[in-house]
Ligand binder design. Structure first.
Ligand code: F6R
Ligand code: MG
Ligand code: MG
Length: 360
């Protein structure tokens, strides 16, 4: 068995919340290199999407491994010290605690982990987002694993034809339910469409083999108050019984609207971009997604290929820019603005207090 762990955090960026600078990424990478030399990791890649640093790590310690989580924590701690030295914006913003207690969960970083038997050939995609929330993956993962108009293999390939199971998280209650697709497709959709409450946590084959996993930590709910972003990551296995690489990517050809963007308080299109172009600038956005493609080879990460760095996604980017323009024209009005209970910044309570005797 091999485990793939993607652990991510925003530990500082430049200018403002735009991009983690490469010298900060280098510093974090150094800690993982030591972890590899010490035998904690088989291999690693350090990716970057906007102000988030994403640690892609392969190892044989299983999910929730203390060794791996503490290595990631050390990398972010050391990075935070350096981010402070560099005077970066939001240095250490996602590290909510000074004390590591065996697992990064609840401490601020997001994580998506999967343990599986490596197939003879194991193509893996890692999706990295910035300026949005885990539910941004509801639409594309549904398309990938349930929509035959997007993934033709669901119709054509006997090894995909039985469908997949979806584990859905109610992130206010913290509970998950597993629903079977296509049998319960309409029930799945009636939940997944409510992106302010439900997120896909994982997808699996009907025989239980993992197919996809999403980091579902909601920083704002975890800390009881808004403390940072939860820009998610997802891992997807591809080919031979799973969606083809191109079917998985096809799910991002429509830049659907996701919550996040400026001040985590606006709906905007999710723009598929290369790692290089993951620099959310217009109105701190629009929200971005990067796709990194690897081949696992006895746990070693061959790659990555930067998959949205391709002209076939130009139309999606153009549509995203047009949608961004359209949404921006709403200014502070809904539905560009999120609903009142989803706002990460608001003046409403103060305004109402001031106007206390004016509503008659
Ligand atoms: C959204 C994001 C930014 C900030 C905005 C205000 O996820 O990171 O849009 O919310 O730049 O940031 P502060 O409050 O740090 O000035
Ligand atoms: Mg930031
Ligand atoms: Mg971010």
């Amino acid at each position: 068995m091999v485990t793939l762990s993607v652990i991510k955090a925003d530990i500082g960026s430049l200018p403002g919340h735009v991009r983690a600078p490469s010298k900060l990424v280098d510093r974090v990478r150094g800690v993982l290199e030591d972890g590899k030399s010490d035998g904690v990791l088989i291999d690693y890649y350090v990716g970057c999407c906007g102000d988030d640093i994403d640690l892609v790590m392969s190892h044989d310690h299983g999910v929730d491994s203390e060794e791996v989580h503490s290595l990631a924590w050390d990398a972010f701690q050391e990075g935070t010290e350096f981010a402070k030295e560099l005077g970066l914006y939001g240095a250490g913003q996602d590290l909510l605690s000074d004390a590591f207690s065996g697992n990064v969960k609840g401490l601020g970083p997001g994580s998506a982990e999967m343990e599986f038997d490596e197939r003879e050939s194991e193509p893996i995609l890692v999706f990295l987002c910035d300026k949005t929330s885990p539910s941004a993956f509801n639409y594309p993962l549904f398309k990938m694993f349930a929509d035959p108009f997007s993934t033709s293999g669901l119709v054509l390939d006997p090894s995909l034809h039985e469908g997949f199971d979806f584990e859905i998280l109610d992130y206010y209650e913290g509970d998950t339910a597993t629903l079977s697709c296509p049998e319960e497709m309409y029930d799945i959709l009636s939940l997944l469409g409510i992106v302010s409450k439900y997120s896909i946590e994982s997808v699996s084959k009907k025989d239980g083999r993992p197919a996809a996993v999403v980091s579902t930590e909601k920083l704002n709910l975890m800390a009881g108050e808004y403390v940072g972003k939860d820009d998610p990551v997802a891992v997807v296995r591809c080919q031979s019984g799973f969606p083809a690489v191109g079917e998985a990517l096809e799910a991002f050809s429509f830049p659907h609207l996701v919550p996040g963007w400026m001040r985590g308080s606006h709906n905007g299109p999710l723009m598929p971009v290369s790692e290089e172009d993951a620099t959310p600038t217009r109105f701190d956005g629009p929200p971005r997604v990067v796709a990194l493609g690897f081949q696992l080879n006895n746990g070693k990460l061959e790659g990555p290929r930067d998959l949205f760095d391709d002209p076939s996604f130009n139309t999606a980017r153009k549509k995203a820019n047009e949608a961004a323009e359209y949404m921006r024209n709403h200014g502070p009005f809904q539905p560009h603005l999120l609903s009142e209970d989803e706002l990460e910044y608001t003046t409403v309570p103060k305004v109402l207090e001031k106007l206390e005797n004016r509503f008659k």
